[in-house]
Design a protein around this ligand. Sequence first.
Ligand code: C2E
Ligand code: MG
Ligand code: MG
Ligand code: MG
Length: 280
Amino acid sequence: EAKSQGRNTWEWYVGDVDSTVREHIELRRELLEAVEQNQLVLFYQPLVDAVTSEMTSLEALVRWRHPERGMVPPGDFIPLAERTGQIIDLDRWVLRTACHDLGRINAGREEPLSVAVNISPVHFRRNGFFDEVKQALDESGLSPEKLELEVTEGLMMAGSEKAIELLQNIRNLGVRVAIDDFGTGFSSLSYLRQLPINKVKIDRSFIHDIDTGRENAAIVEGIITMAHHLGLEVVAEGIETDSQRSDLVKRRCDILQGFYFSRPVPLEELLKLPQQLPEA
Ligand code: C2E
Ligand code: MG
Ligand code: MG
Ligand code: MG
């Protein structure tokens, strides 16, 4: 009895490791084809003006429409793509597609929107990134002020001088830069002063209990005050309730994003959303 149990455990263990490795290799191979076979899709999530609730910009969020697995969220393949280097092709595709889509999105609008694209540190650090940004703008004819790049604070810590210089070159093009998931890394607020950026996006882990948790509320208030002193706009991500919304308006947050206003939606659905959110 004990013996057979032991054997089953061993078989289960080996079987599991084996299938994990196999799945990893398979996923890696499939990801290679994803770009060419048109399996990547961009969803767009609106960001709204905190005071008016009017849509002002969009964040492009990639999904993988996998032939067997269905719609795969970025958390399930971005880390793998970063390890294998495939993220560079992937992010390049996202950048070009988002710039291109925005032309179509803005065609029917009175107030043109801007679009934010997430850039992996792996990609940002690579030579040639600056030229890719320029190329995406040239190809699409998008005016540079309508493009925003979201980078994480960890990137800035690691990259130092070289990263700051690249950021400055990107800013000189007219492209805007936001620090994503702010508050989760190790950078101090005073460090922000050295960075040629426009915006900070407060991570949603600080937002979910903003209206009840005193500590997070204090942190959020600190970030907003300091960012404003530095002339930066502040975005709060992950707003799910009206109570969180009003709390952030009270604390003078500039821009809001979250399921409360709209989930990330495919392009066709986005085109149907009203200018003011949430939809009645
Ligand atoms: P992120 O850049 O911080 O994007 C925001 C994430 O929060 C998105 O998840 C969005 O769907 C989710 N979110 C927005 N509002 C709410 C809310 O009210 N509640 C909750 N619970 N979640 C909300 P998503 O689309 O799964 O993306 C996850 C992460 O994957 C992104 O985090 C970003 O780091 C990465 N990512 C997505 N697209 C790309 C891409 O094209 N390139 C790269 N390099 N990374 C990407
Ligand atoms: Mg982002
Ligand atoms: Mg974020
Ligand atoms: Mg986040």
